[in-house]
Design a protein around this ligand. Structure first.
Ligand code: AQP
Length: 332
């Protein structure tokens, strides 16, 4: 029997996709894909929320790069629906409707908005509205589960609140989604500063911050060998310094080894050995992804075809939801 529950998730096509995106999102999507019906979107409308950073040629190329990385990470494009958000106009339509039922105060409280609005000179309305568009993305597909990193927890909560509010005002229309967040590795931190979440935009500016999914092995090794740790030798998950815990968590997720075995393996070894071993594990995890990516992008028509088919499959699902929304609200 085909799976009855649906998963939806996406990545914004800006900056350099990094190890955090792989651990928190892509690897999870791939690992669980047989349990669900899968819809994975490249959320290019979200990329416009910082318009100063947009170069149309770069965005077009990034859209394809991110879609190719989904497949390279192991998502099967024959069974999963992989598409560009801007090719299914119902995303923008539903976002407008949800805007009208979302109190402004809910958006002003979002920590990601507060953090990002502090770093741009002029704040566009789109940046504030980002979580409403994200709610539309999720709710359009009657999504049961949203596999994301821990940084998106608050946005999923908001999606649930918006859906419940709409259902309360207009009658049962939306499925209420649940987040799927892994218990370890849900928030990979920057190698240069383990108090800061690994992020695409910082990775673009600082070479020591993140490992990119397409970085060559020697670059990966260099970045990890320079990772911030501390002056001690503690390698216990409960007590290690943040930078050391980050390395231990990456190793745990990528190898699947038990915590007690990892602690025993690195006990008394010094951080040089830990870093070298983590670098080996990261290189080994990314090697097949990079090989598949190279194969896949050798002919640009392959990705174009995956995206075309994806939009063709996504649009009727999105339209069915919009029909319910229009009927519930009296639109049209
Ligand atoms: N550090 C992380 N650890 C675990 N999961 C993470 N995710 C992001 N960072 C980590 C998860 O990856 C998916 C895509 O998220 P995104 O497109 O918002 O990427 P980002 O790296 O979070 O981007 P920035 O840097 O914050 O924003 P931009 O692109 O504007 O520079 C999500 O599931 C996320 O949880």
């Amino acid at each position: 029997m085909p799976p009855s529950e649906r998963v939806f998730s996406g990545v914004q096509p800006t900056g350099k996709l990094h190890l955090g995106n792989y651990v928190g999102a892509l690897s999870q999507w791939a690992a669980n894909q047989d349990d669900y019906e899968n819809v994975f979107c490249v959320v290019d409308l979200h990329a416009l929320t910082i318009p100063e950073a947009i170069d149309p040629k770069v965005l077009r190329a990034k859209n394809r790069e991110v879609a190719a990385l989904y497949v390279a990470a192991g998502i099967d494009p024959d069974s999963a629906t992989i598409f560009l958000q801007s090719q299914v106009p119902q995303h923008a339509e539903l976002a407008w409707v949800l805007n009208c039922v979302t109190p402004l105060g809910w958006l002003e409280r979002m920590t990601q908005f507060k953090a990002k609005s502090g770093t741009t000179e002029s704040i566009g309305t789109g940046l504030l509205d980002y979580p409403v568009l994200m709610a539309a993305d999720i709710l359009l597909y009657d999504t049961n589960f949203v596999p994301v990193g821990d940084d998106q927890r608050q946005h999923i909560e908001l999606t649930r609140d918006v859906a419940l509010r709409f259902n309360h005002m207009f009658g049962d229309t939306f499925v209420i989604p649940e987040p799927l967040i892994r218990s370890s590795g849900a928030r990979i931190m920057g190698f240069d500063d383990p108090t800061q979440k690994m992020s695409k935009s910082i990775g673009e500016q600082k070479g020591t911050h993140s490992v990119g999914l397409l970085d060559p092995p020697d670059t990966i090794r260099k970045i990890i060998m320079r990772a911030a740790t501390d002056s001690g030798r503690d390698v216990h998950f409960d007590t290690a310094a943040p930078g050391v815990l980050n390395l231990l968590s990456i190793y745990e997720v990528l190898t699947g080894e038990k915590r007690a075995d990892i602690e025993a393996r690195f006990d008394g070894q010094g951080y040089g050995v830990l870093k070298r071993t983590v670098a080996d594990a990261v290189i080994a995890a990314l090697e097949p992804l990079q090989a598949r990516y190279a194969e896949l992008t050798a002919d640009p028509a392959t990705i174009e075809e995956i995206l075309r088919r994806g939009a063709e499959r996504a649009a009727p699902i999105a339209e069915r939801t919009m029909e319910r929304v229009r009927a519930a609200t009296g639109l049209g």
